[in-house]
Write a protein that binds this ligand. Structure first.
Ligand code: DX5
Ligand code: ZN
Length: 231
């Protein structure tokens, strides 16, 4: 089966918040596909970041799809408002979402793509029955809460499992990886089956954002060609 096109989603967590509009434009001009927006509540994760007003502001300054990652405890209560604020896609954490089916329906009914996020050692099995209701799965390759952490390779087992289910069942689901993605790790994530790559520090931490994104894309092409040679 042909691989889904690879998409790069820079995380604004690593950008200069005082210059959000400029940073967003910088990412777009550099060839970003989506903009990843990390929302943290200081409860589900030990950090606080941004909320609805910032998503609204981002929506007014960019046409890039907004990929909102809700690292919050009460996602069901807020998901619809994040769609209304301008999110194109919403990920909620399976660990924080007791009524997952309902929450995913709320997101889709509001007009956005619905996804579920899993922490690095959360079993893939927990989301298997949710697959028919998903547009994407977000596999955390660090523990959520902070940018700039070290990639956890064992999380790629989850990517492989989900990839296998997606292929076997002919599902139209993107597999996204998030955390510690850089030029050294992106190849392994691609090989495991991911097609959307969130990168914060590797993109916004670089002097030349375009060069950083191009390097990530080169590594994906390299991983794809190596896999083709093996098959
Ligand atoms: C972590 C966030 C990530 C983070 C990635 O909780 O979900 O999206 O911004 O940052 P890097 O790429 O620096 O690990
Ligand atoms: Zn994220």
């Amino acid at each position: 089966m042909a691989r889904r096109p690879a998409l790069i989603a820079p995380s604004i967590l690593a950008c200069d918040f005082a210059r959000l509009a400029d940073e967003t434009a910088r990412a777009k001009h550099a060839g970003a596909d989506w903009l990843h927006v990390d929302v943290m509540d200081g409860h589900f994760v030990p950090n606080l970041t941004i909320g609805l007003p910032v998503v609204e502001c981002l929506r007014s300054v960019t046409t890039l799809p907004l990929d909102t990652h809700l690292m919050i405890s009460d996602a069901e209560r807020y998901a619809e408002r994040f769609v209304a604020a301008g999110s194109d896609r919403i990920s909620v954490h399976v660990e924080a979402c007791p009524h997952l089916h309902r929450t995913l329906q709320v997101i889709r009914d509001a007009g956005a793509k619905a996804g579920v996020a899993l922490n690095p050692i959360t079993p893939a099995l927990l989301i298997e029955s949710a697959l028919p209701y998903l547009d994407h799965v977000l596999v955390m390759t660090v523990n959520p809460g902070f940018g700039g952490q070290k990639f956890i390779p064992s999380a790629l087992e989850t990517v492989r499992t989900i990839r296998r289910w997606v292929i076997q069942r002919g599902l139209d689901i993107d597999i996204e990886v998030d955390g510690g993605i850089n030029a050294d790790t992106i190849g392994a994530a691609r090989e495991a089956g991911a097609n959307v790559f969130v990168a914060g520090s590797a993109v916004f931490g670089a002097n030349d954002v375009k060069h950083a994104i191009n390097t990530l894309r080169d590594r994906i092409v390299h991983a794809d060609s190596e896999q083709q040679e093996c098959s």
